[in-house]
Ligand binder design. Structure first.
Ligand code: 16G
Length: 243
């Protein structure tokens, strides 16, 4: 276990929080393992129930711990660490981690480009687009919810069946188009009712909103994608070089 120093200037709840985090990062507490009960922690550190609860609540909110009603509090799954440099697909990202990527296609239809989408995709307003909404799952756990918009002209034969599999595979292997670069933004957001239901998280839980415009070798935008990634399952990593 860890130590709590009552003479320290650091609040006790914070010390318990950091202590539990260190047990998780050292592997002493494994993902899916139950943590000691509130009562045990109170007794062991001779602190109030409120103090312990505050530490645990913070860790639950940050995704380190998960509460299961009537069963106790468990260590959450380790977050997926996603590099931000390579232009990869969801399928590739999950496969390199030994996870099984699948998709649930929630919507697939043709729409006319709105002014906002025509700007993102550098096409005329009212040009036909294919819109698809997909839940992306890894080992059957929902990770992200994507809304993808593609100029129909580039993928006139795209079907629901293809949309349920890897889009990048289809573009590169079937259509023989070369995907070269993308612009991407990443920002903090909270799950609204719709996203929370789809991602199986609580309304108000933190999510990462990612928008990507991906380009072909020709310079034409292939897709504009708006996606919500679960904040409790993802962290993004980038190397910084000081020039
Ligand atoms: C990723 C991309 C998305 C792309 C998809 C293709 C982000 C934020 N988004 O989810 O733009 O459409 O991969 O994946 O990374 P697929 O080839 O597995 O269908």
């Amino acid at each position: 276990m860890f130590n709590v120093d009552k003479d320290s200037l650091l609040p006790i709840y914070y010390q318990i929080e950091e202590g539990l985090k260190s047990l998780i990062s050292s592997g002493e507490l494994q993902p899916g393992e139950v943590i000691p009960s509130e009562r045990e922690l109170c007794d062991r550190y001779d602190v109030s129930r409120m103090t312990v609860r505050q530490a645990i609540n913070n860790l639950v909110n940050e995704g380190y711990l998960v509460r299961k009603r009537g069963k106790g509090t468990f260590v959450g799954m380790a977050k997926i660490e996603q590099g931000l440099k390579g232009l990869t697909s969801f399928t590739e990202d999950m496969k390199v981690r030994g996870m099984n990527p699948t998709s649930i296609l929630l919507d697939f239809r043709e729409i006319k480009a709105t002014p906002a989408l025509s700007t993102k995709l550098n096409i005329h307003e009212n040009e036909w687009l294919i819109e698809m909404q997909r839940i992306r799952l890894a080992d059957d756990i929902p990770m992200a919810y994507e809304s993808v918009y593609l100029p129909k002209e580039l993928v006139p034969d795209l079907t629901k069946e293809i949309a349920s599999k890897s889009l990048y595979d289809y573009i590169e292997k079937e259509k023989k188009l070369s995907i070269t670069h993308a612009d991407q933004t990443l920002e903090a957001a909270v799950a609204k009712e719709k996203e929370a239901g789809i991602l199986q998280i609580k309304e108000g839980a933190p999510v990462l909103l990612i928008e990507r415009t991906t380009y072909l070798e020709t310079g034409k935008p292939l897709e504009f994608v708006r996606s919500f990634y679960r904040g409790d399952r993802y962290k993004f990593k980038i190397e910084l070089v000081r020039s």
